[in-house]
Design a binder for this molecule. Structure first.
Ligand SMILES: Nc1nc2[nH]c(O)nc2c(=O)[nH]1
Length: 352
């Protein structure tokens, strides 16, 4: 495989940063829509640096990705003090393996799409595009991101996670004038002033939830294999465990189950999915998304889209975010009304 990638533009690296690897993964457009996968509301770590070129952080790497002509081009960068005994070819293979796992490339989206087309007219009529994949994310990062997601939008969550990483995470290096940081570990976040400091950084009420979640994971659970245990537990058991964390309601728990604990059939339901269910699938309209509505809508979609129902949800969700003419966003209620409903809804779910 060639390590020269003409379509990724020239990069300027700080002294502390080195290019670790580069390579290409052949993949069709029906299997990967890079932009909607990276910026569709699942992950908050990616930035579109130039049209169709994305930069983000995975583990301790800065990663640049570009999709062109049925190929995913990648470059990985690391801090110069990161030890690796691998030669160039093995680094390329290792990086390709990281991306393979992150994008869950062993899942054949075309096969899933064919199955969804049989059961769902919206897929059949191409109202929902193909190529949107569920990312396999780091569970701690995913959990904190979704605690931040309550009553928030993608841009603002992305900014919050960037700030959190800058303040508490390790610096990786500067690429084209931007300095990138790892997502902090639980030990790095375990600071007595975390809540106070995050409030100063405009995290609002989420500051307390993040602080409490960190305290709980570090001091009550105190088990490095906690998330691995949840991965091998049933959906119900893993969900019950996640719901013990302050700031985690049913929707946040379901996002974590789907996006970092490998529970591919879980369908998170928020106001977008609720509206989609009502607008396109004839589900009963409810002014509030109570726990029983949540269960009904989630089960309805699980039956319609099984067994990778969460992947169909991701496609429908990301499509909804992107679409300026979407019915569900054009019938959106006022922001304040949504805010009040959301807080009430999360509270209800927590207490149920
Ligand atoms: N695929 C999804 N992305 C999301 N972002 C967010 O805030 N909620 C969701 C979701 O339910 N699905």
């Amino acid at each position: 495989m060639s390590s020269f990638i003409p379509c990724l533009s020239i990069s300027v690296l700080s002294d502390s940063l080195i290019q670790y690897s580069s390579g290409i993964i052949p993949i069709s457009t029906t299997e990967l829509n890079l932009k909607q996968t990276l910026l569709g509301g699942q992950s908050f770590r990616w930035f579109e640096q130039s049209p169709n070129e994305f930069v983000g952080v995975l583990h301790f790497y800065i990663v640049r990705l570009q999709y062109e002509n049925e190929k995913l081009h990648f470059k990985f960068y690391v801090h110069k003090n990161t030890n690796s005994l691998l030669n160039e070819c093995d680094r390329e293979k290792e990086s390709a393996t990281i991306l393979h796992k992150y994008f869950q490339l062993s899942v054949k989206l075309e096969d899933l799409f064919e199955q969804w087309c049989k059961s769902d007219e919206r897929f059949r009529n191409k109202q929902i595009p193909t190529g949107i994949r569920v990312l396999d994310q780091d569970p701690l990062e995913n959990l904190i991101c979704f605690i931040c997601s309550s009553n928030n939008n993608v841009q603002r969550i992305t900014k919050m996670i960037k700030t959190l990483s800058e303040i508490y995470g390790k610096e990786i290096g500067t690429l084209n004038g931007t300095t990138y940081y790892q997502f902090p570990t639980i030990d790095e976040l375990d600071q007595s002033d975390l809540e106070k400091d995050l409030r100063k950084l405009n995290f609002g009420y989420r500051a307390r939830y993040i602080h409490k979640a960190v305290q709980y994971l570090k001091h009550t659970i105190n088990d490095p294999s906690y998330f691995d245990r949840l991965k091998s537990s049933s959906v119900q058991d893993a969900r019950s465990e996640l719901l013990k964390i302050m700031g985690v309601g049913r929707k946040v728990a379901d996002c974590v189950l789907l996006m970092s604990l490998g529970k591919q059939d879980v369908v998170p339901v928020d106001t977008h999915i609720h509206s989609i269910a009502v607008t396109y699938y004839g589900q009963r309209k409810n002014s509030q998304l109570s726990m029983s509505n949540y269960n009904n809508i989630s089960s309805f979609f699980q039956q319609l889209w099984q067994p990778y129902a969460g992947w169909a949800q991701a496609a429908a969700f990301s499509n909804e975010l992107r679409s300026p003419t979407s019915k569900t966003t054009s019938v959106k209620r006022s922001k304040m009304t949504n805010h009040c409903k959301f807080i009430k809804y999360e509270k209800e779910i927590k207490e149920s």
